[in-house]
Design a protein around this ligand. Structure first.
Ligand code: SF4
Length: 232
């Protein structure tokens, strides 16, 4: 079985097991999703949500966020990790979007290009990596087939042996994105992310994976290696 075949087989098992199709948690426009994704780095979802709502309450438009003194933006998002870094980064990212879009502060046009082009365009913005670019395209109302790979998804992919050992999160995201069949739509790709992420949250824990109840352990390199060690 090739890594791609193995990934798609496990994907199908996990997506079905955890209840695909999953209802999207967000219907935001892509620019708002960009801000939310930048806030979310190393921050819990509930805290990100509060910071995002604070920003929206304090500033009527994203143009106002650009114009605001940075310490006011920082104050609005102070619950997240590194607000002093994220506030100027968000302002800079918004400025960059407008500058590269003939003054228009919008990311709606991304649906006219391929996922690959849209991701490269976004990742040229300082502070935007693979996870953020995919989140903008997948979680927003654009619903493009961009695969979000978070830390749970990354860990599960490494242990199963879907990507080379020690692959970074960005490298893992690129490899797994390349495995996605061309005819998968945004919902199917979203379901793939959800299946792997939920498996990481519920079974394949960071500290101690619960391999005894894992429904994909027969395909898992980590599990095979552990068994080989204990039998040896
Ligand atoms: S067998 Fe264990 S290490 Fe492998 S995916 Fe399942 S829980 Fe994770």
């Amino acid at each position: 079985m090739t890594p791609q075949e193995k990934t798609l087989l496990i994907d199908e098992i996990l997506a079905a097991h955890y209840g695909a199709p999953f209802i999207p948690f967000s219907y935001r426009d892509p620019l708002s999703e960009l801000v939310s994704a930048m806030l979310s780095h190393r921050t819990r979802n509930a805290v990100t949500r509060v910071a995002y709502l604070n920003l929206k309450e304090r500033f009527a438009t994203w143009e106002e966020v650009i114009e605001a003194p940075t310490d006011e933006v920082e104050e609005a998002i102070r619950g997240v990790t590194f607000p002093e870094v994220k506030a100027p980064r968000i302002q800079q990212a918004l400025r960059e979007v407008a500058a590269r879009n003939m003054g228009e502060l919008s990311l709606e046009g991304l649906h006219e290009v391929s996922v690959e082009e849209a991701r490269s365009w976004l990742e040229a913005i300082p502070g935007v990596g693979a996870k953020t670019s995919a989140a903008v395209l997948s979680f927003s109302h654009l619903r493009m087939p961009a695969l979000v790979v978070d830390t749970h998804h990354h860990r599960v992919a490494l242990r199963l042996g879907l990507v080379p050992a020690k692959s970074s999160l960005d490298k893992t995201a690129r490899i797994l994105q390349a495995f996605i069949p061309e005819d998968w739509d945004g919902q199917r790709v979203y379901d793939s992310h959800q299946g792997f992420m939920r498996h990481g949250q519920k079974v394949c824990h960071w500290r101690k994976p619960n391999c005894q109840v894992c429904i994909v352990r027969e395909y898992c390199d980590h599990y095979a290696a552990q068994n080989a060690t204990s039998e040896g």
